[in-house]
Design a protein around this ligand. Sequence first.
Ligand SMILES: Nc1nc2c(c(=O)[nH]1)N[C@H]1C(S)=C(S)[C@@H](COP(=O)(O)O)O[C@H]1N2
Ligand SMILES: [Mo]
Length: 375
Amino acid sequence: MRGPWLTSVLGVVLLACLPVVLVTGLLDYVAYGPHQGIPADVGLLHLPVFDWPTRPAWLFRLTQGLHVGLGLVLVPVVLAKLWSVIPKLFAWPPISSPAQALERLTLLLLVGSILFEIVTGVLNIQYDYAFGFSFYTGHYLGAWVFLASFIAHVALKLPTAVRALRGSRADEKAEDPAPATMSRRGALATVGGGVLLVGVLTAGQTIGGPLRDLAFLLPRGRQPGDGPNGFPVNRTAAAARVVVGEDWRLTLGALNLTRDELLALPQHTARLPIACVEGWSTVQTWTGVPLRDLAKLAGVSEPESALVTSVEQGPFAQAILNAGQVADPDAVLALRVNGADLSPDHGFPARIIVPALPGVRCTKWVRSIEFRRTP
Ligand SMILES: Nc1nc2c(c(=O)[nH]1)N[C@H]1C(S)=C(S)[C@@H](COP(=O)(O)O)O[C@H]1N2
Ligand SMILES: [Mo]
């Protein structure tokens, strides 16, 4: 069972899927990172950054969903593929020629980087800031090590894989195989079952309903309650230590507006997703004041950017929106969701909702918005 055929079949699956995980992951950095210092200074490895668009509204939902979702369900495939080559990893002597030394080095980097990406990615979903280093920078650098060793590995192994998949069973048998404990079909069914299981444990947070309780791998806000505000909460008001009093005002340059004054302005309603980089997303109906109306009110009719500040201190205290994200007609300072006032956990008195904006920038408990003439 353990041999070139199984390794090659699993290899083909990974060859088709891992580039999707990689590309969507890099796109997530483009959507998420600019102006936030994410990843930190990585020298030449910087991505060509472009302004993340607002259309289609589900764009970030798709890229982050594919990255996290596909990344998670591929874990059993990666583990099975590693299992299928274990004896080779410990072959003796470890180095027999310079070419083989090079091959083993790429293998070490490949296995090391993919395990690193899996462990940091999964831990980041489960716990905030569980590392001694920045998750974003570490995961990003790991991705480049993975990319380089993946290309080298495919170039070195593709001929072997093609041979194993085409060739007769005879020339791929080990010299003295132990009796097989499982059929090929059984082995693939086991891996497929693992993929399915991880999928079920992951997708519930996004699909909702009874499946939500099964979303063991995406545990944030599993019991958001019922009603209009009954959808996942990334961080509760209590956890963020946010208390908003009667004296709350939205600051727009020289203006200070009460919530009632905001509600008296023309309201716009849009059905839009919140998509979190931690792998869940939700689509809700938001009502509030269009950001471009607020910009006009503030006397900056076509702003190049907006600096949003939260009542909350810490890493979520500020977020920057680009020109397109302010100008989109569906971009709102939301006051209500699904026909009810926002709950404290979802950002009462007001929060940012913009099409295709990563969830992390949909600032809750907004205190001020500064519309700026510079990017
Ligand atoms: N002030 C503040 N805004 C915030 C957050 C936060 O912790 N504090 N979490 C962000 C993240 S990571 C996400 S995914 C969304 C989640 O919104 P929700 O909790 O209403 O579902 O809010 C974003 N806005
Ligand atoms: Mo998030």
